[in-house]
Ligand binder design. Structure first.
Ligand code: PMP
Length: 397
C-alpha cells in the first residue's frame, strides 16, 4: 500500500544537529540552531514562567476544550502586545484575534483563511526567508514567489530592489514581512523604510502578512512592533502571525496568535468567524496549558514586570555577544567588514562566509553553522566567543 511513498529528505538544520550530537570533540559549538540558549547553553526557564507554573500547580483545575478561537484573556493580551491597544479602543475593535499553535499555526490558519477568501492571490516572501514560509503557504495551496531582500554587498536590506519588485505586483497579492529580527539574515528595515514601504503597499493595494516571531529580541517589545502598528494606523488591512515561543522561552507549549486588522468592527466580526471555521477544519481548538501560563504572567503586574526584565536581559546578552564577537574579529582582522554583526538584529546574522569556509569551520574547528552562512548568536556564550572568533579568523585568512 505505501510502497510509492517517498522518503522524507529531512530538514538540513536537523540533520546538522544530529551530526553535531555525534561529534566527539569537547570544544564543539552549535550555532546552527534556532533557539535562544543562556550562558549555561540551555533553553532558559524564565522566572516569571516558573512562578506562573507554580501558581497553576497549586490550584486544581480541569482540562476542558478551549473555544476554537482560544482563551479570551490570552487573545486580549496577545492583541495588546502586538498592537499596543486594549479592548474598546478603535483599533482593537477592528482586529480579529485568535490563539494559535505557535507562530507556525498562525501562518497556517492565516494561509487557509486567505486561500478560502482570496483564491487568486499569490504569496510573496523575502529572498531569503524562514524556509517554512514556503512550506506553509505552499501547503495552503498558494503559489509562492520571492521578492529581493538581502544584499550580500552591504549585509543589509536591498530596499530599492524590494520596493521595485513590490511595485510591480497586482493588487490583492499577499506580501509576507518580518516585523523585526529577520530570520535568517538579521537585516531589518529602518523606520523610514517602513514608512516608504507602507506607501507602496497602500498604493498597490497589497495585503501584508507580518510575521513577528522575535518580539522583544530586537530593540524592545513596543519598538519591535513598530511596523505593524504604523501600518495599522495608516488603515492598511493586514494579518499578523505572533509567537511566544522565543520571548517566553515556551517553545514546546505552542503559543502564538493570529490577528487580522480590518476596515471596521463589522468586517472584523465576520473575519473572526471565518478564522474559527479555518481552525475547526485543522485542529478544532488550541491547547490550554501554555495559554494559562501566558495569561497568568500577563494578568499580574509583578510577574509581567519580571518577564519584561528577563526578556530585556536576553536581548542585552545577545547584543553583548554581537559586540564582543565584532570587537575580537575587528582586532584580529582590521581590514574585515564585520559591522553587520553589530547592526543586524535578533538571534541571527548572515556571516556572508562562502560555503567552503562554513565547512572548514565545522570540519576543522567544530563550529557548526548552516551552509547559507546563518549564525545563531543566541547560542553563543561569552566564553565561546574567543574560540569562535579564532576559528573564523583561521578560515577567512
Ligand atoms: N516565523 C519565523 C520567522 C520563525 O523564525 C519561526 C520560528 N523559528 C516561526 C515563524 C515559528 O514560530 P513557532 O515556533 O512559534 O511556531
Amino acid at each position: 500500500m505505501f510502497q510509492h511513498v517517498e522518503a522524507f529528505a529531512g530538514d538540513p538544520i536537523l540533520t546538522l544537529n544530529e551530526q553535531f550530537a555525534a561529534d566527539p570533540r569537547q570544544d564543539k559549538v552549535n550555532l546552527s540552531i534556532g533557539v535562544y540558549l543562556n550562558e549555561q547553553q540551555r533553553i532558559p526557564l524564565m522566572g516569571a514562567v516558573a512562578a506562573a507554573e507554580e501558581r497553576l500547580a497549586q490550584s486544581f483545575h480541569p482540562h476542558p476544550y478551549l473555544p476554537m478561537a482560544g482563551s479570551p484573556s490570552y487573545r486580549e493580551h496577545a492583541r495588546r502586545l502586538v498592537f499596543g491597544v486594549q479592548a474598546g479602543e478603535p483599533l482593537a475593535d477592528r482586529v480579529a484575534t485568535i490563539q494559535t499553535l505557535g507562530g507556525s499555526g498562525a501562518l497556517k490558519v492565516g494561509g487557509d483563511f486567505l486561500k478560502a477568501w482570496f483564491p487568486q492571490a499569490k504569496v510573496w516572501v523575502s529572498d531569503p526567508t524562514w524556509d517554512n514560509h514556503k512550506g506553509i503557504f505552499g501547503g495552503a495551496g498558494f503559489e509562492v514567489g520571492t521578492y529581493p531582500y538581502y544584499s550580500r554587498e552591504t549585509h543589509g536590506v536591498n530596499f530599492d530592489g524590494m520596493l521595485a519588485a513590490l511595485r510591480a505586483l497586482p493588487a490583492g497579492d499577499v506580501v509576507v514581512l518580518h516585523a523585526c529580527c529577520h530570520n535568517p539574515t538579521g537585516a531589518d528595515l529602518s523606520l523610514q523604510q517602513w514608512h516608504d514601504l507602507a506607501k507602496v503597499v497602500q498604493e498597490r493595494g497589497l495585503l501584508p502578512f507580518f510575521d513577528i516571531a522575535y518580539q522583544g529580541f530586537g530593540e524592545g517589545i513596543n519598538e519591535d512592533a513598530y511596523a505593524i502598528r504604523y501600518f495599522a494606523q495608516q488603515g492598511i488591512p493586514l494579518l499578523v502571525a505572533g509567537s511566544y515561543s522565543k520571548n517566553f522561552a515556551i517553545y514546546g507549549e505552542r503559543c502564538g496568535s493570529l490577528h487580522v486588522a480590518c476596515k471596521d468592527a463589522d468586517d472584523a466580526a465576520k473575519v473572526f468567524g471565518q478564522l474559527q471555521s479555518a481552525v475547526r477544519k485543522i485542529y478544532s481548538n488550541p491547547p490550554g496549558y501554555g495559554a494559562r501560563i501566558i495569561s497568568t504572567v500577563l494578568d499580574d503586574a509583578q510577574l509581567r514586570a519580571q518577564w519584561e526584565e528577563e526578556l530585556t536581559a536576553m536581548r542585552v546578552r545577545m547584543k553583548q555577544i554581537r559586540a564582543e564577537l565584532y570587537a575580537q574579529l575587528k582586532a584580529k582582522l582590521p581590514g574585515g567588514d564585520f559591522e553587520y554583526l553589530r547592526v543586524q538584529q535578533g538571534m541571527f546574522s548572515y556571516t556572508g562566509l562562502p560555503v567552503e569556509q562554513i565547512r572548514k569551520l565545522r570540519n576543522e574547528h567544530g563550529v557548526y553553522l548552516i551552509e547559507s552562512g546563518r549564525m545563531c548568536l543566541a547560542a553563543l556564550t561569552s566564553v565561546g566567543v574567543t574560540p569562535v572568533a579564532n576559528a573564523m579568523v583561521k578560515v577567512i585568512t
